[in-house]
Design a protein. Sequence first.
Length: 169
Amino acid sequence: MRTLTYNGGIFDEGNGWIFRKVMNWTFPGLLLAAAEIGLINAGILSEGKIPRPAMTVILIFTVIYVIPSVFAFPTAWFLSWGRTRLCRESWIDLYKKKIVYHKAVSMTMGKPRYVDFSVTQLRKVEVKRGEYILHGAVTNETVGGSGGELKIPVAFENMQAIREMARYK
């Protein structure tokens, strides 16, 4: 049996790239918002001290970039943090002919609630940028039930071992 655990670098490359991209693009907007608030409080951006065309450009830039950045950066950060927190608590066990994904689906009071999925007769693995889609006999071992597809986020070390277990890669 092999156990695949969470790896932050792999998550950032595979599943968290969009969060990082949004945060990298909007962080300067947060800094500019702080600078604008400081300039307003200092009275520098008051009427008459800056030429009218420059004030128009500042206003347009604020509406188009700074204000959306103030909302987008914290949203991306919280979504990334919540997603990472659940992935960090999850792990994958690889057996000879079976894959068991112990997925943390929620956290209450710092204690995760798990749902265990097992995959046998793995036929095919689709590799996408943010997830692996496993096709085979999927069983929800916690609640019961079965299906033919399981999505696993790209966040675990040595995930290529899952792909090697499939009959058709």
